[in-house]
Ligand binder design. Structure first.
Ligand code: AMO
Length: 447
């Protein structure tokens, strides 16, 4: 490994010789002194050259550099990667971290073309076209550090509880959720489908006796919409656990995971998020409010908005309205909407014993947007088969899945959560495109 100091560590270091590597963010070329702002993944620092010599001095071996007689520094284009050695000096007047580096040597490792294809005010599409340059911005870098911390905290909870991490196949012989929004791909002489969710395979782990499992992986939806919260490929955070009494057990696990994730992000990045995004990360209090869907619709109606179809899911405006109500009433950013009608839920959700028109399921709404769906699953094969039939599912296509339930399986439940939606809402970003490493949508397959 090339020896270098991370720029973020410099303020804590003592003055003296130092070697840093990064890319050039800015060059200010004044007559006898040059300033370069150098950035790496951890921060930015000011480099200084000159300020002492006015003309070449044969006695001073650094004379060429100090006067930039080779034009190396004045020729540095934005984005050029360099390695610099020099003298670290603390200086209170330097705004950037209170330190600067007097340049001894500068090596151009990889020169950038002079024309920067994007600027600070470029639109989102242009930024996504040049995503690798866009990701050099400190805000973007922070988003992915936040994502790493968030997922690490979730993993810690799962691991502490003895859950097993699984990786399910994304090529399937049949649909994993519904025929709608299904990508079909050529598969040798036949065809395959891209997994819309790990749903069937995470349930398989229950029949396999794994107890609790989790998966963080891609899910594919041939959804032609251009909303701020839909992608054709997204990262799905999934978990499933055995021996649940109802969806209440799943909601409790869900709460525990969210609290752990938010607490870790607040602790590690709270100050930087505040500085770069002007957003305060709030760790949600437990329990999160729970409202049955039918009641939520009544509440929304009493606020003057009627969800278009009585038998339908909440629409986006309904989600915003119920979130506003929950914020006013409980001062909470999250709400579980529960007891969805069976007519609008997949066949694998368990029905409510007291009212079989309802399912033992929920959606989790965060700041007015759905981030998750969860449920207790139907594990009794005769009931499951009847529910699949009632939904018009093709029994032949489901045969492999139904077999999971013929050889013994514990009661179980779980949820799936869109990772980008959580980050978008946590950091108050306008679209999941901002918080997805490389967004995929109906008209975007590049880069
Ligand atoms: P559902 O279809 O509601 O449930 O998806 C779960 C969560 O995944 C996210 N999501 C999306 N994110 C970005 N773009 C999309 N096109 C998109 N579609 C869904 C959302 C959503 O809440 N198998 C069930 C989960 C379960 O019951 O375990 C499922 O897939 O945040």
């Amino acid at each position: 490994m090339l020896e270098r100091e991370l720029i973020g560590n410099l303020p804590a270091r003592e003055d003296g010789p130092v070697r840093v590597s990064g890319w050039v963010e800015k060059v200010r070329d004044q007559k006898f002194v040059q300033f370069v702002v150098l950035r790496d993944e951890s921060g930015a620092v000011q480099l200084v050259n000159g300020g002492v010599l006015r003309e070449a001095d044969p006695e001073n071996p650094r004379s060429d550099i100090l006067l930039d007689r080779t034009g190396t520094i004045s020729g540095l284009t934005h984005g050029t990667f360099v390695t610099v050695t020099g003298e670290l000096q603390h200086n209170e007047r330097v705004k950037l971290g209170g330190v600067e580096i007097q340049i001894d040597t500068i090596e151009v490792v990889s020169l950038a073309l002079p024309d920067n294809p994007i600027a600070d005010d470029s639109g989102l599409d242009a930024r996504l076209d040049w995503r690798f340059l866009d990701l050099r911005r400190p805000e973007q870098n922070l988003i992915f550090r936040v994502q790493t911390t968030f997922l690490h905290a979730l993993r810690q909870v799962w691991i502490d509880r003895g859950f097993i991490e699984i990786h399910t196949p994304k090529l399937m012989a049949s649909a994993s959720e519904s025929r709608a929004e299904l990508f079909e791909v050529e598969y040798f002489e036949g065809k395959a489908f891209l997994a819309q969710s790990p749903q069937f395979f995470k349930q398989m782990a229950q029949a396999a006796g794994f107890g609790g499992i989790f998966e963080v992986g891609p899910a594919f939806r041939a959804d032609p919409s251009f909303t701020s919260r839909h992608a054709t490929e997204f990262t799905s955070v999934d978990t499933e656990l055995s021996w649940v009494d109802s969806h209440e057990d799943v909601m409790q696990l869900h709460e525990e995971l969210m609290v752990a994730g938010f607490a870790a992000v607040k602790e590690k990045h709270g100050a930087e998020i505040e500085k770069l995004f002007g957003v305060t990360v709030e760790v949600p209090a437990r329990p999160f409010p729970r409202i049955p869907l039918a009641e939520a619709k009544e509440i929304v109606k009493s606020r003057g908005y009627e969800v278009p179809r009585a038998d339908a899911d909440m629409d986006p405006e309904g989600e915003r309205q119920i979130a506003a109500y929950v914020k006013e009433t409980y001062d909470h950013d999250f709400v579980f909407l529960t007891d969805y009608a069976a007519s609008i839920r997949p066949f694998y959700h368990m029905l409510n014993e007291d009212d079989p028109s309802l399912t033992k399921s929920y959606d989790l709404i965060y700041r007015g947007t759905e981030i998750s769906t969860g449920a207790q699953r139907e594990h009794r094969i005769d009931v499951l088969e009847a529910q699949a039939q009632a939904k018009g599912m093709d029994p032949a296509e489901l045969a492999f899945y139904l077999d999971f339930f013929r050889y013994g399986v514990p009661p179980h439940g779980g949820f799936g959560m869109g990772l980008a939606r959580v980050l978008m809402l946590m950091l108050k970003q306008s679209s999941i495109r901002e918080v997805t490493y490389l967004f995929r949508g109906p008209t975007r397959l590049l880069p």
